[in-house]
Design a protein around this ligand. Structure first.
Ligand code: URP
Ligand code: ZN
Ligand code: ZN
Ligand code: ZN
Length: 471
Protein backbone atom coordinates (compact mmCIF):
# COMPACT_ATOMS: atom_id res chain seq x y z
CA UNK A 1 0.00 0.00 0.00
CA UNK A 2 1.10 3.55 -0.74
CA UNK A 3 2.12 5.71 2.17
CA UNK A 4 2.72 9.40 2.69
CA UNK A 5 4.93 10.46 5.58
CA UNK A 6 3.87 14.00 6.45
CA UNK A 7 5.24 16.88 8.52
CA UNK A 8 8.62 15.38 9.37
CA UNK A 9 12.05 16.95 8.96
CA UNK A 10 14.06 14.97 6.42
CA UNK A 11 17.74 14.66 7.25
CA UNK A 12 20.29 13.30 4.78
CA UNK A 13 24.08 13.45 4.83
CA UNK A 14 23.77 16.73 2.92
CA UNK A 15 20.46 18.43 3.77
CA UNK A 16 17.89 19.10 6.46
CA UNK A 17 14.43 20.21 5.28
CA UNK A 18 10.72 19.81 5.90
CA UNK A 19 8.89 17.81 3.24
CA UNK A 20 6.47 14.94 2.71
CA UNK A 21 7.51 11.58 1.26
CA UNK A 22 5.34 9.40 -0.98
CA UNK A 23 6.20 5.70 -0.86
CA UNK A 24 5.08 3.33 -3.56
CA UNK A 25 6.25 -0.16 -4.54
CA UNK A 26 8.90 -0.29 -1.82
CA UNK A 27 10.58 2.90 -3.05
CA UNK A 28 10.50 6.61 -2.41
CA UNK A 29 8.31 7.81 -5.28
CA UNK A 30 8.12 11.52 -4.56
CA UNK A 31 9.40 14.12 -2.09
CA UNK A 32 7.53 17.42 -1.93
CA UNK A 33 5.32 19.85 -0.07
CA UNK A 34 1.74 19.00 0.91
CA UNK A 35 1.58 15.70 -0.95
CA UNK A 36 -1.83 14.06 -1.14
CA UNK A 37 -3.04 10.76 -2.54
CA UNK A 38 -6.41 9.32 -1.58
CA UNK A 39 -5.04 5.79 -1.92
CA UNK A 40 -2.20 6.37 0.52
CA UNK A 41 -1.96 5.68 4.24
CA UNK A 42 -0.89 8.90 5.94
CA UNK A 43 1.83 8.69 8.57
CA UNK A 44 2.21 11.81 10.71
CA UNK A 45 5.82 12.57 11.62
CA UNK A 46 5.26 15.99 13.19
CA UNK A 47 8.10 16.88 15.54
CA UNK A 48 10.24 14.00 14.31
CA UNK A 49 13.28 13.60 12.11
CA UNK A 50 13.19 11.34 9.07
CA UNK A 51 16.51 9.57 8.61
CA UNK A 52 17.55 7.06 5.95
CA UNK A 53 17.59 3.65 7.62
CA UNK A 54 20.77 2.94 9.49
CA UNK A 55 23.20 0.46 7.96
CA UNK A 56 25.25 -1.68 10.32
CA UNK A 57 28.38 -2.75 8.43
CA UNK A 58 29.65 -5.07 11.13
CA UNK A 59 27.63 -7.85 12.76
CA UNK A 60 28.25 -11.43 13.87
CA UNK A 61 24.83 -13.06 14.17
CA UNK A 62 24.64 -16.69 15.27
CA UNK A 63 28.38 -17.00 14.83
CA UNK A 64 30.36 -19.94 16.23
CA UNK A 65 33.14 -18.37 18.29
CA UNK A 66 35.10 -19.09 21.47
CA UNK A 67 33.61 -22.53 21.99
CA UNK A 68 30.04 -21.30 21.77
CA UNK A 69 27.70 -19.48 19.35
CA UNK A 70 26.81 -15.80 19.55
CA UNK A 71 23.40 -15.47 21.14
CA UNK A 72 21.55 -13.10 18.82
CA UNK A 73 20.71 -14.72 15.51
CA UNK A 74 19.22 -13.23 12.36
CA UNK A 75 15.82 -13.17 14.06
CA UNK A 76 16.50 -11.49 17.40
CA UNK A 77 19.45 -9.56 16.01
CA UNK A 78 17.61 -7.95 13.13
CA UNK A 79 14.49 -7.25 15.22
CA UNK A 80 16.70 -5.47 17.75
CA UNK A 81 18.51 -3.68 14.93
CA UNK A 82 15.20 -2.42 13.55
CA UNK A 83 14.08 -1.18 16.98
CA UNK A 84 17.31 0.76 17.04
CA UNK A 85 16.83 2.37 13.63
CA UNK A 86 18.91 0.03 11.50
CA UNK A 87 17.37 -1.34 8.28
CA UNK A 88 20.36 -3.13 6.73
CA UNK A 89 23.05 -5.30 8.29
CA UNK A 90 26.19 -6.69 6.70
CA UNK A 91 27.25 -9.82 8.55
CA UNK A 92 30.62 -11.57 8.48
CA UNK A 93 30.57 -14.94 6.78
CA UNK A 94 33.34 -17.06 8.31
CA UNK A 95 35.20 -19.51 6.11
CA UNK A 96 37.24 -22.64 6.78
CA UNK A 97 40.71 -23.14 5.37
CA UNK A 98 40.78 -25.82 2.69
CA UNK A 99 37.01 -25.77 2.15
CA UNK A 100 35.03 -24.17 -0.65
CA UNK A 101 34.03 -20.57 0.03
CA UNK A 102 30.59 -21.32 -1.38
CA UNK A 103 29.96 -23.86 1.41
CA UNK A 104 30.36 -21.14 4.01
CA UNK A 105 28.26 -18.68 2.03
CA UNK A 106 25.49 -21.29 1.74
CA UNK A 107 25.60 -21.81 5.51
CA UNK A 108 25.18 -18.08 6.04
CA UNK A 109 22.25 -17.98 3.60
CA UNK A 110 20.65 -20.88 5.44
CA UNK A 111 20.75 -19.19 8.82
CA UNK A 112 19.55 -15.79 7.61
CA UNK A 113 17.03 -16.41 4.85
CA UNK A 114 13.88 -17.22 6.82
CA UNK A 115 14.75 -15.07 9.79
CA UNK A 116 16.00 -11.63 8.84
CA UNK A 117 13.31 -8.94 9.18
CA UNK A 118 15.43 -6.33 7.36
CA UNK A 119 17.67 -6.44 4.32
CA UNK A 120 21.09 -7.96 4.78
CA UNK A 121 24.31 -8.80 3.03
CA UNK A 122 27.57 -10.59 3.78
CA UNK A 123 31.28 -9.87 3.92
CA UNK A 124 33.52 -12.88 3.34
CA UNK A 125 36.42 -13.88 5.56
CA UNK A 126 39.63 -14.76 3.71
CA UNK A 127 41.83 -17.00 5.83
CA UNK A 128 44.30 -18.11 3.17
CA UNK A 129 45.22 -17.16 -0.38
CA UNK A 130 46.10 -19.89 -2.86
CA UNK A 131 45.20 -20.95 -6.39
CA UNK A 132 41.90 -22.43 -5.31
CA UNK A 133 40.78 -19.30 -3.45
CA UNK A 134 41.96 -17.13 -6.36
CA UNK A 135 39.77 -19.16 -8.69
CA UNK A 136 36.72 -18.87 -6.46
CA UNK A 137 36.81 -15.12 -5.84
CA UNK A 138 35.33 -13.89 -9.15
CA UNK A 139 32.13 -15.86 -8.59
CA UNK A 140 31.88 -14.64 -4.99
CA UNK A 141 31.71 -11.15 -6.46
CA UNK A 142 29.67 -11.90 -9.57
CA UNK A 143 27.16 -14.42 -8.27
CA UNK A 144 26.91 -13.53 -4.60
CA UNK A 145 27.50 -9.79 -4.82
CA UNK A 146 29.96 -10.05 -1.95
CA UNK A 147 32.39 -7.22 -2.61
CA UNK A 148 34.22 -6.98 0.70
CA UNK A 149 36.77 -9.44 2.09
CA UNK A 150 37.75 -9.61 5.74
CA UNK A 151 41.22 -10.55 6.90
CA UNK A 152 41.94 -11.17 10.59
CA UNK A 153 45.42 -10.13 11.74
CA UNK A 154 44.65 -11.56 15.21
CA UNK A 155 43.08 -14.64 16.85
CA UNK A 156 46.13 -16.81 16.30
CA UNK A 157 45.37 -20.43 15.41
CA UNK A 158 41.70 -19.52 14.90
CA UNK A 159 41.04 -16.88 12.24
CA UNK A 160 44.43 -15.19 11.90
CA UNK A 161 45.88 -14.90 8.39
CA UNK A 162 49.52 -14.15 7.61
CA UNK A 163 50.78 -10.98 5.96
CA UNK A 164 51.22 -12.78 2.64
CA UNK A 165 47.54 -13.60 2.64
CA UNK A 166 46.65 -10.02 3.51
CA UNK A 167 48.85 -8.65 0.75
CA UNK A 168 47.54 -11.04 -1.89
CA UNK A 169 43.98 -10.30 -0.82
CA UNK A 170 44.69 -6.58 -1.27
CA UNK A 171 46.03 -7.28 -4.76
CA UNK A 172 43.02 -9.36 -5.72
CA UNK A 173 40.59 -6.82 -4.29
CA UNK A 174 42.17 -4.12 -6.40
CA UNK A 175 41.93 -6.29 -9.50
CA UNK A 176 38.36 -7.50 -8.92
CA UNK A 177 36.78 -4.37 -7.45
CA UNK A 178 36.40 -5.34 -3.82
CA UNK A 179 37.24 -3.74 -0.47
CA UNK A 180 39.56 -5.39 2.05
CA UNK A 181 38.59 -5.15 5.70
CA UNK A 182 41.00 -5.91 8.51
CA UNK A 183 40.73 -6.75 12.16
CA UNK A 184 43.99 -5.02 12.99
CA UNK A 185 45.77 -6.37 16.06
CA UNK A 186 49.14 -8.13 16.09
CA UNK A 187 48.03 -11.67 16.93
CA UNK A 188 51.55 -13.06 17.38
CA UNK A 189 52.52 -10.46 19.96
CA UNK A 190 49.18 -10.88 21.74
CA UNK A 191 49.74 -14.63 21.98
CA UNK A 192 53.09 -14.02 23.67
CA UNK A 193 51.69 -11.44 26.11
CA UNK A 194 48.75 -13.72 26.95
CA UNK A 195 51.05 -16.65 27.68
CA UNK A 196 53.19 -14.50 29.96
CA UNK A 197 50.08 -13.31 31.84
CA UNK A 198 48.73 -16.82 32.31
CA UNK A 199 52.12 -18.05 33.52
CA UNK A 200 52.04 -15.28 36.13
CA UNK A 201 48.60 -16.43 37.27
CA UNK A 202 46.85 -13.36 35.83
CA UNK A 203 43.48 -14.78 34.84
CA UNK A 204 40.94 -11.99 35.53
CA UNK A 205 39.02 -10.23 32.73
CA UNK A 206 41.17 -7.08 32.98
CA UNK A 207 44.13 -9.04 31.62
CA UNK A 208 42.23 -9.38 28.36
CA UNK A 209 42.78 -5.65 27.90
CA UNK A 210 46.28 -5.54 29.35
CA UNK A 211 47.55 -8.25 26.98
CA UNK A 212 46.22 -6.43 23.89
CA UNK A 213 47.52 -2.88 24.43
CA UNK A 214 46.92 -0.04 21.96
CA UNK A 215 50.39 -0.50 20.47
CA UNK A 216 49.49 -3.90 19.01
CA UNK A 217 46.47 -2.34 17.35
CA UNK A 218 48.43 0.68 16.12
CA UNK A 219 51.20 -1.52 14.73
CA UNK A 220 48.85 -3.84 12.86
CA UNK A 221 46.84 -0.90 11.52
CA UNK A 222 49.99 0.77 10.23
CA UNK A 223 51.21 -2.50 8.68
CA UNK A 224 47.92 -3.08 6.88
CA UNK A 225 47.88 0.53 5.73
CA UNK A 226 51.40 0.34 4.29
CA UNK A 227 50.62 -2.92 2.49
CA UNK A 228 47.53 -1.24 1.04
CA UNK A 229 49.68 1.59 -0.30
CA UNK A 230 52.13 -0.91 -1.78
CA UNK A 231 49.33 -2.84 -3.48
CA UNK A 232 47.63 0.42 -4.53
CA UNK A 233 44.50 -1.14 -3.12
CA UNK A 234 41.69 -0.18 -0.73
CA UNK A 235 41.35 -0.89 2.98
CA UNK A 236 38.70 -0.52 5.67
CA UNK A 237 39.87 -0.99 9.25
CA UNK A 238 37.07 -2.35 11.43
CA UNK A 239 36.51 -1.47 15.09
CA UNK A 240 39.20 1.17 15.59
CA UNK A 241 39.61 1.84 19.30
CA UNK A 242 42.65 3.99 20.01
CA UNK A 243 44.86 6.94 19.25
CA UNK A 244 47.65 4.72 17.91
CA UNK A 245 45.37 3.22 15.23
CA UNK A 246 43.77 6.54 14.34
CA UNK A 247 47.25 8.01 13.86
CA UNK A 248 48.23 5.15 11.56
CA UNK A 249 45.10 5.68 9.45
CA UNK A 250 45.55 9.45 9.35
CA UNK A 251 49.19 9.03 8.30
CA UNK A 252 48.23 6.67 5.48
CA UNK A 253 45.49 9.01 4.30
CA UNK A 254 47.94 11.91 4.25
CA UNK A 255 50.14 9.84 1.94
CA UNK A 256 47.15 9.41 -0.36
CA UNK A 257 46.47 5.76 0.46
CA UNK A 258 42.87 4.61 0.25
CA UNK A 259 42.53 3.67 3.91
CA UNK A 260 39.30 4.20 5.85
CA UNK A 261 38.14 3.20 9.29
CA UNK A 262 35.19 2.34 11.47
CA UNK A 263 34.70 2.72 15.19
CA UNK A 264 31.93 1.37 17.42
CA UNK A 265 29.74 2.96 20.11
CA UNK A 266 31.33 0.94 22.91
CA UNK A 267 34.72 2.55 22.27
CA UNK A 268 33.17 6.02 22.25
CA UNK A 269 31.46 5.77 25.63
CA UNK A 270 32.93 2.90 27.70
CA UNK A 271 36.49 2.49 28.96
CA UNK A 272 38.94 -0.10 30.21
CA UNK A 273 37.91 0.29 33.85
CA UNK A 274 34.71 -1.65 33.08
CA UNK A 275 36.82 -4.81 32.80
CA UNK A 276 37.75 -4.40 36.45
CA UNK A 277 34.19 -4.72 37.74
CA UNK A 278 33.97 -7.17 40.62
CA UNK A 279 32.37 -10.62 40.63
CA UNK A 280 33.59 -11.40 37.12
CA UNK A 281 31.26 -8.70 35.74
CA UNK A 282 34.22 -7.36 33.79
CA UNK A 283 33.64 -10.30 31.42
CA UNK A 284 30.58 -8.48 30.06
CA UNK A 285 32.99 -5.95 28.53
CA UNK A 286 35.45 -8.39 27.01
CA UNK A 287 35.75 -7.95 23.28
CA UNK A 288 38.58 -7.41 20.83
CA UNK A 289 40.17 -4.99 20.48
CA UNK A 290 39.50 -4.19 24.14
CA UNK A 291 38.05 -1.08 25.72
CA UNK A 292 40.73 1.57 26.21
CA UNK A 293 41.68 4.21 28.74
CA UNK A 294 39.27 7.10 28.62
CA UNK A 295 41.56 9.55 26.83
CA UNK A 296 41.20 7.56 23.60
CA UNK A 297 37.50 8.42 23.36
CA UNK A 298 38.05 12.05 22.40
CA UNK A 299 40.53 10.96 19.73
CA UNK A 300 37.85 8.74 18.18
CA UNK A 301 35.21 11.47 18.32
CA UNK A 302 37.60 13.91 16.71
CA UNK A 303 38.45 11.41 13.96
CA UNK A 304 34.75 10.94 13.18
CA UNK A 305 34.44 14.71 12.93
CA UNK A 306 37.51 15.26 10.74
CA UNK A 307 36.86 12.21 8.56
CA UNK A 308 39.91 10.12 9.47
CA UNK A 309 37.27 7.63 10.65
CA UNK A 310 34.17 7.47 8.48
CA UNK A 311 31.68 5.00 9.88
CA UNK A 312 30.12 3.42 12.96
CA UNK A 313 29.59 -0.34 13.15
CA UNK A 314 28.21 -2.25 16.12
CA UNK A 315 30.47 -5.32 16.00
CA UNK A 316 27.38 -7.04 17.41
CA UNK A 317 28.51 -10.41 18.76
CA UNK A 318 26.49 -11.13 21.87
CA UNK A 319 26.94 -13.76 24.55
CA UNK A 320 24.98 -14.31 27.74
CA UNK A 321 26.80 -13.44 30.94
CA UNK A 322 25.45 -16.61 32.52
CA UNK A 323 26.33 -19.72 30.56
CA UNK A 324 28.57 -18.13 27.91
CA UNK A 325 30.83 -15.38 29.28
CA UNK A 326 31.41 -17.53 32.35
CA UNK A 327 33.25 -20.12 30.27
CA UNK A 328 36.20 -17.89 31.16
CA UNK A 329 35.68 -17.63 34.88
CA UNK A 330 39.03 -19.21 35.63
CA UNK A 331 40.86 -17.95 32.55
CA UNK A 332 40.16 -14.70 30.67
CA UNK A 333 41.25 -16.24 27.36
CA UNK A 334 38.17 -18.49 27.50
CA UNK A 335 35.69 -15.61 27.78
CA UNK A 336 33.89 -15.42 24.43
CA UNK A 337 34.77 -12.07 22.83
CA UNK A 338 31.93 -9.73 21.94
CA UNK A 339 28.84 -7.90 23.13
CA UNK A 340 25.24 -6.93 22.37
CA UNK A 341 25.43 -3.52 20.69
CA UNK A 342 23.29 -3.64 17.52
CA UNK A 343 20.21 -1.97 19.02
CA UNK A 344 21.92 1.03 20.60
CA UNK A 345 24.39 1.97 17.84
CA UNK A 346 22.31 4.71 16.22
CA UNK A 347 20.85 6.16 19.42
CA UNK A 348 24.22 6.44 21.14
CA UNK A 349 25.71 8.33 18.22
CA UNK A 350 22.71 10.65 18.12
CA UNK A 351 22.70 11.31 21.84
CA UNK A 352 26.43 11.46 22.55
CA UNK A 353 27.36 12.88 19.16
CA UNK A 354 24.66 15.23 17.89
CA UNK A 355 23.07 16.22 21.20
CA UNK A 356 26.43 16.88 22.81
CA UNK A 357 27.61 18.97 19.86
CA UNK A 358 30.44 16.67 18.76
CA UNK A 359 29.05 16.07 15.26
CA UNK A 360 26.30 17.64 13.17
CA UNK A 361 22.97 16.03 12.39
CA UNK A 362 24.07 15.49 8.79
CA UNK A 363 27.37 13.98 9.85
CA UNK A 364 25.41 11.60 12.10
CA UNK A 365 23.41 10.37 9.07
CA UNK A 366 26.60 10.05 7.04
CA UNK A 367 28.38 8.03 9.74
CA UNK A 368 25.49 5.65 10.53
CA UNK A 369 24.14 5.19 7.00
CA UNK A 370 25.24 7.13 3.92
CA UNK A 371 29.00 6.63 4.08
CA UNK A 372 28.45 2.96 4.82
CA UNK A 373 26.20 2.54 1.77
CA UNK A 374 28.82 4.26 -0.38
CA UNK A 375 31.68 2.20 1.03
CA UNK A 376 29.96 -1.14 0.61
CA UNK A 377 28.28 -0.85 -2.80
CA UNK A 378 24.73 -0.10 -1.63
CA UNK A 379 24.40 3.57 -2.62
CA UNK A 380 22.08 5.19 -3.69
CA UNK A 381 19.62 2.34 -3.32
CA UNK A 382 20.37 2.46 0.41
CA UNK A 383 21.80 5.18 2.61
CA UNK A 384 19.81 8.20 1.55
CA UNK A 385 16.37 9.69 1.14
CA UNK A 386 15.94 10.41 -2.54
CA UNK A 387 13.45 9.55 -5.24
CA UNK A 388 14.10 6.01 -6.48
CA UNK A 389 15.85 4.88 -3.31
CA UNK A 390 14.46 2.04 -1.23
CA UNK A 391 11.96 3.32 1.31
CA UNK A 392 14.15 2.37 4.30
CA UNK A 393 13.13 5.10 6.68
CA UNK A 394 13.50 5.89 10.36
CA UNK A 395 11.02 8.24 12.04
CA UNK A 396 13.03 9.47 14.99
CA UNK A 397 11.84 11.39 18.06
CA UNK A 398 14.81 13.60 19.01
CA UNK A 399 13.42 14.75 22.34
CA UNK A 400 12.47 11.62 24.27
CA UNK A 401 14.79 10.90 27.19
CA UNK A 402 15.29 7.33 28.29
CA UNK A 403 17.67 4.99 30.05
CA UNK A 404 19.20 2.03 28.21
CA UNK A 405 18.51 -1.25 29.97
CA UNK A 406 18.42 -4.95 29.29
CA UNK A 407 14.82 -4.80 30.56
CA UNK A 408 13.69 -2.76 27.59
CA UNK A 409 16.10 -3.91 24.91
CA UNK A 410 15.25 -6.53 22.31
CA UNK A 411 18.57 -8.27 22.00
CA UNK A 412 18.65 -11.85 23.26
CA UNK A 413 21.66 -11.60 25.54
CA UNK A 414 21.02 -11.41 29.29
CA UNK A 415 22.74 -8.05 29.87
CA UNK A 416 23.27 -4.71 28.13
CA UNK A 417 26.76 -3.17 28.33
CA UNK A 418 25.20 0.31 28.29
CA UNK A 419 22.89 -0.48 31.23
CA UNK A 420 21.85 2.71 33.03
CA UNK A 421 23.12 5.08 30.35
CA UNK A 422 20.79 8.02 29.73
CA UNK A 423 20.20 8.89 26.09
CA UNK A 424 18.11 11.43 24.25
CA UNK A 425 16.22 10.34 21.14
CA UNK A 426 14.62 7.12 19.92
CA UNK A 427 13.27 5.63 16.71
CA UNK A 428 9.48 5.69 16.84
CA UNK A 429 8.70 3.89 13.58
CA UNK A 430 10.95 2.16 11.08
CA UNK A 431 10.14 1.15 7.51
CA UNK A 432 11.98 -1.38 5.41
CA UNK A 433 11.24 -1.08 1.70
CA UNK A 434 8.03 0.77 2.48
CA UNK A 435 6.64 -1.59 5.10
CA UNK A 436 6.61 -0.92 8.80
CA UNK A 437 8.98 -3.12 10.75
CA UNK A 438 8.58 -1.01 13.87
CA UNK A 439 5.38 0.99 14.35
CA UNK A 440 5.06 3.21 17.43
CA UNK A 441 7.96 1.34 19.02
CA UNK A 442 6.33 -2.09 18.51
CA UNK A 443 7.70 -4.76 16.19
CA UNK A 444 5.22 -5.37 13.37
CA UNK A 445 7.56 -6.92 10.81
CA UNK A 446 7.75 -10.44 9.41
CA UNK A 447 10.45 -13.06 9.73
CA UNK A 448 12.18 -13.67 6.42
CA UNK A 449 10.90 -10.43 4.90
CA UNK A 450 14.45 -9.09 4.61
CA UNK A 451 16.10 -9.51 1.22
CA UNK A 452 19.63 -10.66 0.61
CA UNK A 453 21.48 -7.77 -1.04
CA UNK A 454 24.02 -8.36 -3.75
CA UNK A 455 26.32 -5.38 -3.57
CA UNK A 456 28.04 -3.41 -6.30
CA UNK A 457 31.77 -3.53 -6.82
CA UNK A 458 33.89 -1.18 -4.75
CA UNK A 459 33.38 2.40 -5.87
CA UNK A 460 30.43 1.59 -8.14
CA UNK A 461 26.88 2.79 -7.65
CA UNK A 462 23.88 0.48 -7.49
CA UNK A 463 22.77 1.02 -11.05
CA UNK A 464 20.14 -1.54 -11.84
CA UNK A 465 18.31 -1.78 -8.55
CA UNK A 466 16.19 -4.82 -9.36
CA UNK A 467 19.36 -6.77 -9.94
CA UNK A 468 20.31 -6.40 -6.32
CA UNK A 469 17.46 -8.40 -4.95
CA UNK A 470 17.68 -12.09 -4.83
CA UNK A 471 16.05 -14.35 -2.37
O1 URP B 1 35.29 -9.28 20.31
C1 URP B 1 34.82 -9.19 19.19
N1 URP B 1 35.01 -8.09 18.49
N2 URP B 1 34.10 -10.22 18.69
C2 URP B 1 33.66 -10.35 17.36
C3 URP B 1 34.73 -10.79 16.43
C4 URP B 1 35.59 -9.65 15.98
O2 URP B 1 36.78 -9.66 16.19
O3 URP B 1 35.08 -8.70 15.40
ZN1 ZN C 1 37.31 -8.13 14.93
ZN1 ZN D 1 46.93 5.42 26.83
ZN1 ZN E 1 33.58 -8.06 14.57
Amino acid sequence: MKKIIKNGTIVTAADTYKADILIENEKIALIGQDLTDPAAEVVDAEGNYIFPGGIDPHTHLEMPFGGTVSKDDFETGTIAAAHGGTTTVIDFCLTDKGKLLQNSIDQWHAKSKDKSVIDYSFHLMIGEMNDSVLEQLPSVIEDEGITSFKVFMAYKNVFQADDGTLFRTLEQAKKLGALVMVHAENGDVIEHLVNKALEAGQTDPIYHALTRPPEVEGEATGRAAELTGLADSQLYVVHVTCEEAVEAIAKARKKGYNVTGETCPQYLVLDQSYLEKPDFEGAKYVWSPPLREKHHQEVLWKALKTGDLQTLGSDQCSFDFKGQKDLGKEDFTKIPNGGPIIEDRVSILFSEGVKKGRISLNEFVDITSTKIAKTFGLFPQKGTISVGADADIVIFDPSVERTISVETSHMAADYNPFEGMKVTGQPVSVLSRGDFVIKNKEFVGKLGKGNYLKRSRYGELTSSKEELYQK
